[in-house]
Write a protein that binds this ligand. Structure first.
Ligand code: SF4
Ligand code: MG
Length: 323
């Protein structure tokens, strides 16, 4: 369904005071229909930029985004792209910020139905809104209330109902549960999985938290400073991580820290992306870095971009034999 053609030389240049920031570079992945691909990374890794590019909120300055064979950037495909807009919707971390607080919930949820001309009669539209609210675990009467009357979790349900109102097939969710209490997080994640099963939805799920994506994702891509450093099946990534940064992220989650591996302690902070480190940008934080790492950008190969893995001095899941 979704494919970012390779190599995707994405140079997203955001204006900084007299400086430029390359937020995302050489990012390339695909998502199959009905699958969940999670993109995980710390804040500043560029994962939200990827999300915004996929839904067309931010054009890449170079390279290409292609969904269901349609380019999100080619001006000759503008008409096809308009059709595609209906099929791809985004869910944000703060649903309240994306809602007009003066609109009743039924108006918020019905807006895409009207905008895309999916139904015309007022009775049909209201019936559809009631159906959508029920689908996300709310009551049809909730449509008569305003967003402020709802909890954070309920607002996220409203946002999901609105996303589904356009009959979207592909949802891009940027930290959809990060602002919620842990118990509510689980409810929203369960709802998203249930909807995926029932409606055959495809998800691109952006998160800083590996524990959150653990039960959501078929595949996980790990981003560091604007690049995907490892991508793999969920189970594989949790039991046999390759990249030192993936190991570090796993070790930051207490429940996941010791799945048959020695611990790699978290160290350092994400560097300033305006002036990224040379070679492998992870080298200042990496316990396995050597001189080659400081000089040479590792090539992405077999699901990982790391010299130590390529040289065989770091085995998946284990810890280095020789440094
Ligand atoms: Fe560490 Fe070198 Fe691998 Fe980068 S390339 S993650 S510095 S071992
Ligand atoms: Mg973000």
């Amino acid at each position: 369904l979704f494919d970012v053609s390779r190599p995707w030389l994405n140079r997203v240049i955001e204006r900084q005071p007299r400086q430029f920031l390359r937020a995302v570079d050489h990012v390339s992945f695909s998502v199959a229909k009905g699958e969940t691909l999670a993109i995980v990374g710390e804040s500043g890794s560029g994962k939200s930029t990827v999300a915004r590019m996929v839904v067309g909120l931010m054009p890449p300055s170079d390279g290409e985004v292609r969904i269901a064979g349609i380019s999100m950037t080619d001006p000759r495909q503008a008409a096809e792209r308009r059709q595609l807009r209906r099929r791809i919707q985004m869910i944000f971390q703060d649903p309240y910020a994306s809602m007009n607080p003066r609109w009743r919930v039924d108006r918020i949820v019905s807006e895409p139905i009207r905008a895309f001309g999916l139904l015309s009669g007022e009775r049909e539209i209201q019936a559809r809104v009631g159906e959508l609210l029920t689908l996300v675990g709310l009551h049809p009467d909730d449509g008569k209330r305003y967003p402020h009357a709802f909890s954070g979790g309920q607002r996220q349900r409203i946002a999901i109902a609105r996303a589904l109102a356009s009959e979207a097939e592909f949802l891009v969710a940027d930290e959809p549960t990060s602002a919620l209490d842990v118990s509510v997080q689980a409810q929203i994640l369960n709802l998203m999985r249930d909807l995926q099963d029932r409606l055959g939805l495809t998800y691109l799920f952006i998160s800083h938290n590996l524990a959150v994506v653990r039960h959501m994702a078929n595949r996980i891509g790990v981003m560091y400073l604007g690049r995907i450093v490892e991508i793999g099946g969920g189970r594989e990534l949790f039991t046999a991580p390759k990249h030192p940064y993936t190991r570090m992220l796993l070790d930051a989650v207490p429940d996941l820290a010791h799945i048959g591996r020695q611990r790699v302690p978290v160290q350092g902070e994400i560097p300033n992306p305006i002036n990224p480190p040379s070679g492998c940008t992870f080298h200042p934080r990496c316990p396995f870095a050597n001189d080659r790492c400081k000089a040479e950008v590792p090539v992405f190969r077999d699901g990982v971009a790391c010299h130590a893995v390529e040289e065989g001095r770091l085995m998946p899941g284990g810890v280095a034999a020789v440094a």
